[in-house]
Design a binder for this molecule. Sequence first.
Ligand code: SF4
Length: 298
Amino acid sequence: MTPSGPFAHLDGERRVIDSSQDSMVRPGQLPPLFQFSQNSLQDYADCRRRFQLRFIEGLRWPAARSEPIEEHEQFVNHGVDFHLLVQRHLLGIPIEKLAPVENPLAEWWDAYLHYPPPDLPTTLRLPEVQLSTPLAGYRLMAKFDLLAIDPGERAVIVDWKTSRKRPPRDQVLNRLQTHVYPYVLAEAGTHLFGRPIAPEQINLIYWFAAAPTDPEILPYSADRHAENRAYLEGLIGEILTIDDEIWPLVEDEFHCRYCEYRSLCDRGVRAGSLDEIDAAEEESDWDFEWDDVEEIAF
Ligand code: SF4
């Protein structure tokens, strides 16, 4: 199929592999019940060795991802706190009981209240929903910040972004999240929607605390869904075929500056500066932590 639409320019970067063709699938490499997610696939896309260390070897390396370390920790905590605040608000806790007083949380909260994502469905507002679907012999899961749904009509995925700068559109389009989220919702959201969801009934909105009036709104389509299926299946198929004792290290060492495994890989000792980090690295930094926050049962 000839790719079209706003994702067409990405195809040069995609490595679509037919995992059914003489691949040596060794599911024993991954932990039992392993589920792929946008985080793990993004790690693989950024650096195969990082995927191996984090998800196959289960290594949690205690190095800072950026410096100053205190500022880094504060940034991670603020991102998690903002998500918890919004979650509580969407679950019905009154605004007066939530209002944070310290910046940047107070500024983000103000932006959220005054410039929410536009034109959201009103019937269902479901914060922190996790869905998963089978793909390539595994499960692919997505943890949504917010699903807003008018059953049978339309569904909007909202993702809150608290990076200090709004990332450019091409960077947003390239993130694995942009592929995984609408794909999983289209495949696994039937019980929430009341019937199968056509891809055209899905929108993905990235809302930026740093630019609340300029959200990225990404409509989904059947063509994009087919492209995403091939792309994600290909990535998982590729992961299952790697047979190296040490998986390839990323060539572009920029990623290593913000990676906690850099000393293990002999890619430097000092963490990269928080001032030079790009929005995507910044988000992935705390996204990982946020996934560890205990879920509220849905
Ligand atoms: S330090 Fe660099 S090569 Fe090593 S896992 Fe991290 S990103 Fe990959």
